[in-house]
Design a protein around this ligand. Structure first.
Ligand SMILES: O=C(O)CCC(=O)N[C@@H](CCC(=O)O)C(=O)O
Ligand SMILES: [Zn+2]
Length: 345
């Protein structure tokens, strides 16, 4: 039997297995590759990989890579699946422990962002609260938190990349969000990784949240990023040539190869969040049109939202909108207002 057959039975690959078992748990299975690497299927959409001791590069961080936390964001899922197939087919050897996650299989199978609740708002313990608790997405958030905690090893560095695609087009196609942790700064090697992955915009969050990457940063001490890689498309409709940067950069990291020299003409442009727009419910009115692209700029004084008590106007310098989405429940994020950092373009 091939490693793929040992793990996924009759299914061609990890993605096919995950979609076929989307609504149920799967029995654990494992295989050992010719180079000694062990691959364990922990449950539907969850793989843990460990290199053979000989091939392990001890100075490398443990790596968590997740995709499909939103089920309709398919391109990163296809990239992760392709990396797993390459590894199982013996095309390269793994050098660091890795936990690979397809976040929300039931939503993936239905081509939806989520089923009951947005999984990416249920981390950092939010899954225990009403009305989320006792739903399948709350159970998945709890399972992912537990597995990530187990995978993290106290004395070893941990890195987490949570891969997404955005609902809207974007004036900056690829961008990363860096969760807020007081006093920390983005390490240079993480900036270099983002540029290697062709992600040249970085957005610094201004407070902690209940996203997957905020959980892994705050609770596990990981260097984590939510990475937006393009626009949402159904399975089979992605132009995967636009995702080669992240594909190559992750493969290089998993293989433990040294990072390439950063290209002299590439630089990260940094933005900071200046305001989080929340649906207040109090006759909340959002004045950004539905079809506006991420990073569209608004001049000082523009009224962005108002309700029966408050309003938000752009401050003294222009601000841009990211993730505008009026269709969210009361209390949830409608969008982010962001501003280029002083030393940026
Ligand atoms: O395009 C959109 O409106 C949403 C894209 C998306 O899923 N983004 C993440 C960002 C998470 C973060 O703030 O780190 C999300 O909304 O969950
Ligand atoms: Zn997403």
């Amino acid at each position: 039997m091939t490693p793929r057959q040992q793990l996924f039975g009759d299914h061609d690959d990890w993605l096919a297995h995950t979609l076929a078992n989307a609504d149920k748990s799967t029995q654990a299975a494992s295989t050992r590759l010719a180079d000694g690497c062990t691959v364990e299927l922990l449950d539907t959409g969850l793989l843990e990989l460990h290199p053979d001791q000989q091939s392990r590069h001890n100075d490398l961080p443990r790596l968590i890579v997740s995709a499909g936390v939103h089920g309709n964001e398919t391109a990163p899922i296809e990239v992760l699946n392709a990396l797993v197939s390459e590894l199982l087919d013996g095309q390269w050897s793994l050098a660091c422990p890795a936990l690979l996650i397809l976040g929300n299989p039931p939503a993936m199978a239905r081509g939806e962002r989520f089923i009951d609740f947005n999984l990416n708002r249920l981390f950092a313990g939010a899954h225990q609260k009403r009305p989320y608790h006792d739903t399948p997405e709350a159970a998945r958030a709890s399972q992912l938190e537990r597995l990530c905690r187990q995978f993290a090893a106290a004395s070893e560095a941990l890195v987490h990349y949570d891969l997404h695609t955005a609902i809207r087009p974007s004036e900056r196609e690829k961008f990363a969000l860096y969760p807020f942790v007081p006093e920390r700064q983005v390490p240079p090697e993480q900036c270099a990784f983002l540029l290697e992955a062709e992600v040249d915009t970085l957005l610094l969050q201004h407070k902690t949240g209940t996203t997957f990457s905020s959980f892994s940063s705050v609770d596990l001490g990981a260097e984590s990023f939510t990475i937006e890689l393009g626009k949402v498309q159904p399975f089979g409709h992605n132009d995967l040539s636009r995702f080669q940067g992240i594909h190559r950069a992750l493969r290089r990291l998993l293989r433990g190869e040294p990072a390439p020299e950063p290209a002299a003409d590439r630089q990260l442009t940094e933005f900071e969040v200046v305001h989080e727009i929340i649906n207040s419910g109090n006759q909340f009115r959002f004045h950004v049109p539905d079809d506006v692209a991420n990073f569209t700029r608004y001049p000082p004084g523009t009224v962005i939202w108002e309700d029966d008590r408050n309003q938000y106007q752009v401050g003294e310098s222009p601000e841009a909108i990211v993730f505008p989405n009026r269709d969210v429940p009361v209390g949830q994020r409608v969008g982010l207002m962001v501003r280029a950092r002083p030393d940026a373009d």
